[in-house]
Design a protein around this ligand. Sequence first.
Ligand code: SF4
Length: 223
Amino acid sequence: MKAILFLWKRVNSLEMDDKIKELFSVWDKHNISGFYCENKDQALKKVLELVPQAASVGFSGSVTLNEIAAIDNLKSRGNRVLDPYLAGLSREEVMQTRQEATLADYYLASANAISSKGELVFFSAFGNRISGVSNAKNVIIIAGVNKITPDLGEALKRAREYATPLNCRRLNWKTPCLPDGICRKEICLFPEYERMCCQVLIIEADVNPDRLKVILVGEKLGF
Ligand code: SF4
């Protein structure tokens, strides 16, 4: 039984290796640099290696970033981090910090989904993540392999119907998907509800060959 399990894991790992190689090759042709890390520790190490110690850092809220402890480690080694989640900030200060974060030297975020064809999908409520990912000087996306989907349609579906309801629950947003995790976008309207799916970004490629990097982590991260 153990041998069968090992074989099954090995086959899956080989399939994933091929998928990842294909993904990286697609990204390469679209000016997106891919880095593969086996686990959280390696992913953190790669973030600390890619971001210079003197760089300012902006980010958008992400379970994945929390799970690899990227922000805490960048702060503790001396990077200036524009953190909209600091305790005691007023709503105006939070919004201002979110805007300033997109002008930092480096912007960190996670994607909601990644299609096997290479498209990166981001849903956003306020748009700060979309602004940062699409326009910041240097962008690093960190995502677990659990976010890879067969195609763009499935990636959009994953982002809206799986990731967003979990984020609504995590942040206690008053949305139709909050009670049971089922998206009902037809009735997700203001002012009755506080809709989270307001803006969608799909990245296919980048004009600048050095701007956008993706750290793909070989274990489940975020959702
Ligand atoms: S559209 Fe509304 S109900 Fe659907 S996932 Fe987004 S926030 Fe939830």
